[in-house]
Design a protein around this ligand. Structure first.
Ligand code: CO
Ligand code: CO
Length: 304
């Protein structure tokens, strides 16, 4: 993979049958509980391997931690990361800790993939369906939660989706003929969709009324609980999204909302969509069709 496609991870081909996937991600706490934060950060770091259609093999901890906090907090973060990596079938082989004012945690992950089965974001073809495997709204809910304004139901639902590995979704897409994939993280659905559109030289048509959203997200966005990243994402894509005039500011905020450990955006040919949808359901993945791929037009993204 060259850097020109802004892919989720670096891929290095060892031989005809085997390639290494390498990726790294870490961030500041999104939840107060250190054990849960460790799990969420690890699930998020592992996600780029799944987005490429690979299997995580080894991981290294990357930790920033202040000396004013009890060592037990650090132990809980690392336990969360180790447990999530184990769930993914990966081993944490070590890591590195630096003293810093604000805690940060994540993993550098090494994965394996069959080079013939790599899913980059450059393979989407006109006529493909677009499938999203997790609901949006974690950025908005986490913002509200920081001010203790998130309803319990919303917080629980956001936590559940952030903790969920993209493993099953990745396994299903790999055997159901997906043509392209990326995971939805800091740039929001539209930011990552725009990268796929550019890399694949197509236009992505997103159906705004089909977007799955976490419970309470709309109310919180209407109250102004919108993370700064959502505005940054919108500004970054200025002039690149064909938006209907009636689109509400709440829907716009959700489409640009930066996600933590978000789902996969998968492009799949029309002939394979029923199989993929059925298999996702059987695997317990709440995947939704959110749009179609079109021939490249004046805008990389068209919202309808
Ligand atoms: Co990614
Ligand atoms: Co990443």
């Amino acid at each position: 993979m060259g850097p020109e496609t802004s892919d989720d991870a670096a891929v290095y081909r060892l031989n005809d049958d085997l390639a290494i996937i390498q990726t790294v991600d870490f961030f500041t706490p999104v939840v107060d509980d250190p054990y849960l934060f460790g799990q969420v950060a690890a699930a998020n770091s592992l996600s780029d391997v799944y987005a490429m259609g690979g299997k995580p093999l080894l991981a290294l901890n990357i930790v920033c931690f202040p000396d004013c906090l009890p060592a037990e907090v650090l132990e809980q973060i690392l336990k969360g990361g180790a447990d999530k990596a184990a769930e993914a079938g990966a081993i944490i082989a070590g890591g590195h800790t630096v003293q810093d004012d604000v805690p940060k945690y994540g993993l550098a992950v090494t994965g394996l993939v069959d080079p013939r089965r790599i899913l980059s974001n450059a393979g989407a073809s006109p006529g493909d369906f677009l499938v999203l495997t997790k609901p949006l709204g974690t950025g908005i809910i986490n913002t509200a939660a920081k001010g203790e304004l998130a309803p319990e139901e919303s917080f629980r639902a956001a936590l559940e989706t952030m903790l969920e590995l993209n493993r099953r979704a990745s396994e299903v897409m790999a055997r159901c003929g997906a043509t392209a994939c990326t995971d939805i993280t800091g740039f929001g659905l539209l930011g990552h969709a725009a990268e796929m559109a550019r890399a694949s030289a197509v236009t992505l048509e997103i159906r705004t009324d089909s977007i799955p959203v976490l419970p309470g997200t709309r109310d919180l966005a209407a109250m102004g609980m919108i993370p700064a990243g959502a505005y940054a994402n919108r500004d970054f894509l200025a002039g690149q999204v064909d938006m209907p005039e009636h689109l509400s500011p709440v829907t716009t905020a959700i489409l640009f909302d930066p996600q933590t450990s978000g789902g996969l955006l998968i492009s799949v040919p029309a002939a394979g969509i029923d199989l993929l949808a059925g298999e996702m359901k059987r695997a317990g993945v709440r995947a939704k069709i959110v749009g179609r791929v079109r021939e490249k037009g004046p805008f990389p993204l068209v919202l309808i």
